[in-house]
Design a protein around this ligand. Structure first.
Ligand code: SAH
Length: 348
């Protein structure tokens, strides 16, 4: 999958190291890199005009060489539970959705890593209108700043669980997570930054070697190969045996507990056989299971399971000594819940 380019999205395509290399090429002193980087991500600047510690000619030079776009809020919806969903327009007109979930003590952001998604999971709304492109690292970070600015408050937690498959846009996603974590930028604790993948194995192995204490979540949704192949056709090539091995070795090498996400779908992955397979898959391994009720997606024949089945799954996992939580979905009244983020047509 292609990375977003500087031609497409301007300065938000560049990592901090790439920015440093570019500035060196045009003869700028090193301290300019940090200044501009802080403006972009710590202060969330909307344009070079705000960078008042840069001379006007320098601002003009940079604006020409590295165009700066800040996402434009096209639409904002507020849920009865306080969740806010934003439709954002990016540099080239691509559209993505971002969700903010406030609680008394926290402000969590759910950000997108691609416009649309190529994975075709049967139960998810995002891929239904196809895939547009991967986001640049800065475009991923900007979503957090959109939320911080709209709330007038620091974002305390980030989940990279919006539109797209983060591990198909690995470099930009990882750089974005580093920027969120960086003290010169958003300074969000690494453990409070979670990336979710549908299970792209080579990138899970790569992620295991990253030094930061980021959190990893994997969308499992069935521990029965046939079922998973059917509902998640995009990851058919990575079978469950190898997925389990990769996650066990991730746990061993990082000492961190990966999360498995499991959305209960009536008559699809909520039978006793599926329950046993999930227990076998997870017991005696370092992991945490997040059970959630499927969120209904308009136009899909896949329906949520019953609350009784959800409880039965929870009890079976607990009885086997597997750590499990039931995740509450938020913002369903504005289609902001898991799996409900839609890719809309590009406007330009
Ligand atoms: N592509 C990544 C990131 C998306 S995260 C991934 O697959 O993990 C979004 C999470 O919501 C994933 O766990 C996804 O499987 C889940 N999801 C998708 N559709 C859903 C739905 N209709 N109800 C509940 N969860 C859903």
């Amino acid at each position: 999958m292609e990375r977003a380019t500087k031609q497409q999205v301007g300065i938000k395509a560049l990592t901090r190291d790439e920015l440093a290399a570019e500035f060196e090429k045009i003869g700028l002193p090193k301290f300019r890199v940090k200044q501009v980087y802080q403006w972009l991500y710590q202060k969330g600047a909307h344009s070079y005009d705000e960078m008042t510690n840069l001379s006007l000619p320098l601002r003009q030079q940079l604006a020409t060489a590295y165009p700066l776009f800040f996402p434009e809020i096209v639409k904002k919806q507020v849920s009865a539970d306080g969740t806010r969903k934003y439709l954002l327009r990016l540099a080239d007109g691509a559209l993505v959705e971002t969700v903010a979930m406030p609680t008394k003590t926290r402000l969590s952001a759910c950000v997108s890593t691609q416009a649309g998604c190529p994975m075709r999971c049967a139960f998810c709304a995002t891929g239904r209108n196809g895939y547009t492109r991967s986001l640049g690292c800065g475009e991923i970070v900007d979503q957090v700043n959109v939320i911080a600015q709209d709330f007038g408050q620091r974002v305390t937690n980030v989940v990279l669980m919006g539109q797209g498959e983060p591990f198909l846009n690995y470099d930009a996603t990882l750089e974005a997570m580093k920027i969120m974590n960086d003290k010169d930028a958003l300074e969000i604790g690494a453990r409070h930054i979670t990336v979710s993948t549908c299970g792209i194995l080579p990138q899970i192995r790569r992620f295991a070697k990253e030094p930061e204490q980021f959190t990893l979540a994997v969308s499992l949704h069935s521990a029965v190969q046939e079922t998973r192949d059917r509902i998640m056709p995009g990851v058919r090539q990575y079978d469950l045996v190898r997925l389990r091995e990769a996650l066990i070795s991730y746990g061993e090498s990082t000492g961190r507990r990966p999360t498995y996400e499991y959305a209960l779908m009536g008559g699809i992955n909520d039978s006793n056989e599926e329950m046993r397979a999930l227990v076998d898959f997870t017991r005696h391994t370092l992991c945490h299971v997040n059970l959630i009720q499927l969120n209904a997606v308009k136009g899909s024949s896949i329906k949520p399971s019953t609350p009784e089945r959800l409880q039965a799954f929870k009890r079976a996992l607990e009885a086997a000594g597997v750590e499990v939580t039931l995740r509450e979905s938020r913002g369903a009244d504005i289609d902001a819940a898991c799996g409900q983020l839609k890719q809309r047509a590009r406007v330009r």
